[in-house]
Design a protein around this ligand. Structure first.
Ligand code: SF4
Length: 208
């Protein structure tokens, strides 16, 4: 949703991106958090997740502005058999790519239409105002996400995984950005141990 403010940067640590070299398109996509639009709720690997967004983007471009509702119905149908982490949580098909960055294809900045997100299940008011559990920490953490995440999927996982950040803050007594910077290497190690290249079972709304 619109809380998914993009970080306009490529992965900062090329060594950490090594595991993604097999898929250069994935590794090269600019980083942004798009977790709350539901993509992590799909039980897919990284390559499949990235390909799905590419497919959505092409289909959407064929349907907007003439038939966004038709696109939504057709895309929901295409994706309905993909297994969910939590079947109760909606996965919005309007998340795609724009300017090589994962983001909302209905965002007013993209469509030029103020309430274009009303074509979605959540609607513009929710899309533009939802605040996740890490929302207020985003400014402090985004530099670390950029340094550590290899691609937009990892960036989104790190941003959504508030339990991980609560643990890190307690473990390393992090109260300031300086504390965070001083502990980058240790945090990166913790992150590598937690993720091990896998998609975590996160959904779009990490409430508990
Ligand atoms: S319309 Fe969909 S992709 Fe766009 S912000 Fe809302 S939930 Fe996310």
């Amino acid at each position: 949703m619109s809380l998914c403010r993009p970080a306009n940067s490529q992965p900062a640590n090329s060594q950490l991106a090594t595991g993604l070299q097999a898929n250069s398109q994935l590794a090269n996509a600019s980083l942004s958090c798009v977790a709350c639009c539901g993509i992590l709720n799909l039980k897919l690997g990284k390559t499949e997740m990235h390909s799905l967004l590419q497919e959505r983007t092409s289909s959407f471009q064929n349907n907007f502005p003439s038939a966004p509702h038709d696109y939504r119905i057709a895309q929901e149908k295409k994706e309905r058999d993909i297994v969910r982490v939590d079947p109760e949580i909606y996965v919005c098909p309007f998340l795609g790519f724009s300017d090589n960055k994962a983001g909302c294809m209905l965002h007013p900045e993209k469509t030029g239409v103020k309430d274009s997100q009303n074509f979605s299940f959540y609607g513009a008011a929710i899309c533009q105002n939802y605040e996740c559990k890490n929302f207020n920490k985003e400014q402090e953490l985004s530099a670390l996400f950029l340094a550590v995440a290899s691609d937009w999927i990892e960036f989104s996982m790190m941003a959504a995984d508030y339990k991980f950040w609560e643990k890190i803050e307690a473990q390393f007594s992090i109260h300031t950005v300086a504390d965070l910077q001083r502990n980058y290497k240790k945090i990166e190690k913790e992150y590598r141990e937690r993720y091990s290249g896998n998609i975590l079972p996160l959904t779009s709304f990490e409430l508990y």
